[in-house]
Structure formats: C-alpha cells, structure tokens
Design a protein around this ligand. Structure first.
Ligand code: IMP
Ligand code: MG
Length: 174
C-alpha cells in the first residue's frame, strides 16, 4: 500500500528559499570561485538547484558516505563509499548536504576534508534538525530550513531509497 505523505515544505517554498541562500552565497564569495561538494545521494537535488542559482564560478565534485542503512536511526559509523575525484588544495569548498541530523556524518567529513588543504571550507544544508544534534561542534554556515524532529523525505531525501524524487519535503505518515 502507498504511504501517505504530508507536505511540510512545498516546492515553491523550497525553491524560493534556495534562491535566497544562493544569493547570499554569491555575495559572500564575490570575486572568488566556489567548489561544491555534493554529498550523495541525498544532496544531489539540492546541489543542482543551488548551483543553478549561483552567480559566481562553480565547480562540482561528489562524495558518498554511509552512516544510515534503510533504517531511520544513525549507526554512528561513517564510511567513505565514494571519494572525491579532484584534490581540494587551494579551493573554496562548500559542502552541500541534504540534512544535518546527529551531525556525526559532517563532523567526521569536515575533519577528513580539512586535511586536504582547501583555502576555505564551509557547510551548506537544505535542512537542519537542531534538536537531534549529538556532535555540537558542527557549525552550519548556510541553512535553508530548520525543521522539527520528524523523519522527512523528498528533494533528495529517502525512506528506504524511496521518495527522493518528490519535488517537495514531506513527512511519511505511519
Ligand atoms: P547525521 O550523521 O545523523 O547528521 O545524518 C545525516 C544523514 O542521515 C543525512 O545526510 C541523511 O542521509 C540521513 N537522515 C537524517 N535525517 C533524515 C530524515 O529525516 N530523512 C531522510 N534522511 C535522513
Ligand atoms: Mg545525506
């Protein structure tokens, strides 16, 4: 049977907010180029929508890490499944994530990527669930939306690999 999905953030709301954040990033990085690191798979829709709206020069790379299975709970274990294609030395790196939950994935990734000598490294997320944070040291530079502690899907986010293609953010009603 199909799951029932309640809309939390409509496509219009999400797109409007991404435009605002993209404008802010373009302003903050004026005169510089930016290197976006998309965290697969969840970050892919957000990365595309963000990148299209940036007015500064953009390059892209992709990384895949695993901290979740088909479960809704973090295992606390982070593994690099696919590493970046390009080195980061001298680049202004912006990590693009779908959601920061416990912060375990990002606290680990930030440490790994800082070792590779980028000129700067910042973090941008579509969604943030601050109530769920375990790794308090994770500093998010750009957040589109803070949301309550609910499991969300759509706009790249999945539940057991389903619903990534929804053009809005929704909550699966159990
Ligand atoms: P963290 O390491 O706990 O911050 O987990 C981050 C990752 O968990 C995200 O990149 C997502 O892949 C996944 N995740 C956390 N919360 C949700 C959710 O509400 N829906 C779908 N995926 C989620
Ligand atoms: Mg993710």
């Amino acid at each position: 049977m199909a799951d029932k999905i309640r809309v939390l953030l409509s496509e219009e709301e999400v797109n409007a907010r991404i435009s605002q954040v993209a404008a802010q990033i373009s302003k903050d990085y004026e005169g510089k180029a930016i290197h976006l690191i998309c965290i697969l798979k969840g970050g892919v829709f957000f990365t595309c929508e963000l990148a299209k709206r940036l007015s500064i020069p953009v390059s892209l790379d992709f990384m895949s890490v695993s901290s979740y299975g088909d479960d809704t709970k973090s295992s606390g274990v982070v593994r690099i499944v696919k590493d970046l294609d390009e080195p980061l030395a001298g680049l202004n790196v912006l990590i693009v994530e779908d959601i920061i939950d416990s912060g375990r994935t990002l606290s680990y990734l930030m440490e790994v990527l800082k070792q590779r000598g980028p000129a700067s490294i910042r973090l941008c997320t579509l969604l943030d669930k601050p109530e769920r944070r375990v790794k308090k040291q994770v500093k998010v530079d750009y957040t589109c939306f803070q949301i309550p502690d609910e499991f969300v899907v759509g706009y790249g986010l999945d539940y057991a690999q389903k619903y990534r293609n929804l053009p809005y953010i929704g909550v699966v009603e159990i």
